[in-house]
Design a protein around this ligand. Structure first.
Ligand SMILES: NC(=O)c1ccc[n+]([C@@H]2O[C@H](COP(=O)([O-])OP(=O)(O)OC[C@H]3O[C@@H](n4cnc5c(N)ncnc54)[C@H](O)[C@@H]3O)[C@@H](O)[C@H]2O)c1
Ligand SMILES: [Zn+2]
Ligand SMILES: [Zn+2]
Length: 403
């Protein structure tokens, strides 16, 4: 079969690889009908995630048709159309029982990404996300093996196009969890750092939850304009405003927002020193977005961090966070926890995640998809790849009244 494979920094290729086969009784093999490129894939693409091997198949946002089922699979049957969460979870362990699916103790034979790990077990395995996370082949492919098929797959009712539901696999629950972690509710003020797909899904979710005022910060005018038009967010362009937190403080009665959402993560731009130090491996992450988030948030507020961080940050300003009495919530998304409810919101027309898609490409064009998304060319917000070519349903009408 064809699949998008890793060969090194900025070197991904569509290769022929062996077809996946059932390995465990509760596995399925899925025929992929739609898959997307995530900002998390860009960390891999830029060579920033250790534990990648040549030939590894990427992709953790995907859906399709159940092609083969192991004999222990009860939840789905051949022919079902399902969306797969990016987190592989057993459904039975200490953490799964608490619906902390991303912390599942039973699915990651890799070491995980904690540096000071002691003997802590690794969190959940992830599709297409390096051997730190289990070395599972990803879904930017014609077929993919899905383990734990009695826990992850969500059956999609007829009448919904693939692109309406594809983002249930990752970025929609991620944006939603970010807003929930930020305790966003009616009347909330929120600052979202990063207007990429996760920031946009956080904006949609914040609106759904009743936020009154949303600031959104990025360097790309076209992403900011979209957030303004679609979610009524107040855009702040990093190229025009040197210190967005200062502006936010001025616009919120010199208090700051109730919650800040860092939808940027460890490759945040803006600190030349941290970028150089990170390249020299003297610094684990850029703290630029996180420092801005701390500065923009009111006393007693919340910092919610869906953006991925790795290792340490020297310039964290923990004392400022202490003085303000801030709460921090973060981590990989417990996707399975939110998927059923978010599907209902999509069915009700209250969430329309597909409106962020700009590029409908075939799997054969995946390399171009990575280039365009990584460089933010062609006003790219989100790339969807379709094995076999773009589908007619791709051109769903946009409705700006809905989120
Ligand atoms: N927690 C999870 O489970 C989870 C799931 C999906 C994605 N993620 C992470 O979320 C982050 C965002 O993903 P995405 O798909 O939106 O990626 P993306 O790269 O498309 O978006 C990031 C955006 O942040 C902007 N940005 C860069 N530096 C900034 C700064 N200093 N201040 C404000 N904005 C800045 C960029 O211009 C870009 O538009 C990534 O780190 C990704 O790995 C986490
Ligand atoms: Zn992702
Ligand atoms: Zn588990």
């Amino acid at each position: 079969m064809k699949a998008l494979t890793y060969h090194g920094s900025k070197d991904v290729r569509v290769d022929n690889v062996p077809d996946p086969v059932l390995q465990q009784e509760d596995d399925i093999v899925l025929r992929v009908t739609a898959t997307a490129i995530c900002g998390s894939d860009l960390h891999i693409y830029r060579g920033k995630i250790p534990g990648m091997e040549t030939g590894d198949v990427l992709g953790h946002e995907f859906m399709g048709i159940v092609e083969e089922v192991g004999k222990g699979v009860t939840r789905v049957k051949k022919g079902d159309r399902v969306v797969i969460p990016f987190t592989i979870s057993c459904g039975e362990c200490f953490f799964c029982n608490k619906t902390l699916f991303a912390a599942c103790e039973n699915t990651n034979p890799g070491r995980g990404a904690i540096l000071n790990t002691k003997n802590v077990r690794s969190g959940a395995g992830l599709f297409g996300y390096s051997h730190l996370y289990g070395g599972y082949a990803g879904g930017q492919a014609e077929y993919v093996r899905v383990p734990k098929a009695n826990v992850g797959p969500l059956i999609i009712p007829a009448g919904l196009a693939d692109e309406q539901v594809l983002f249930l696999s990752d970025i929609l629950p991620t944006g939603y969890q970010a807003a929930v972690n930020g305790e966003v509710g009616p009347g909330s003020t929120v600052a979202i750092f990063g207007a990429g797909p996760v920031g946009l899904m956080a904006a949609a979710s914040a609106r759904l939850l009743g936020a009154e005022r949303i600031f959104i910060i990025d360097e790309h005018p076209y992403r900011l304009a979209f957030a303004q038009d679609t979610y009524g967010a107040e855009p702040i362009n990093l190229h025009e405003v040197d210190d967005p937190a200062d502006l936010i403080i001025q616009r919120t009665n010199f208090r700051g927002v109730d919650a800040s959402i860092d939808a940027v993560g460890f490759e945040a731009k803006g600190s030349a020193l941290e970028t150089i130090m990170a390249d020299l491996k003297l610094e684990g992450s850029s703290g630029k977005a996180l420092r801005q988030a701390i500065a923009a948030t009111r006393r007693g507020g919340v910092i919610s961090v869906p953006g991925v961080y790795a290792g340490w940050i020297h310039g964290f300003l923990f004392g400022d966070a202490f003085e303000k009495g801030l709460t921090f919530k973060m981590g990989q998304t417990h996707a399975q926890r939110f998927m059923p409810k978010l599907l209902e919101h999509i069915q009700a027309g209250e969430l329309r995640p597909e409106v962020i898609i700009t590029h409908h490409l075939s799997l054969d064009e995946a390399v171009r998809g990575y280039e365009v998304f990584e460089k933010a060319q062609e006003d790219c917000r989100k790339v969807v790849l379709t094995p076999g070519g773009p589908r007619a349903s791709a051109d769903a009408p946009q409705d700006k009244a809905a989120h």
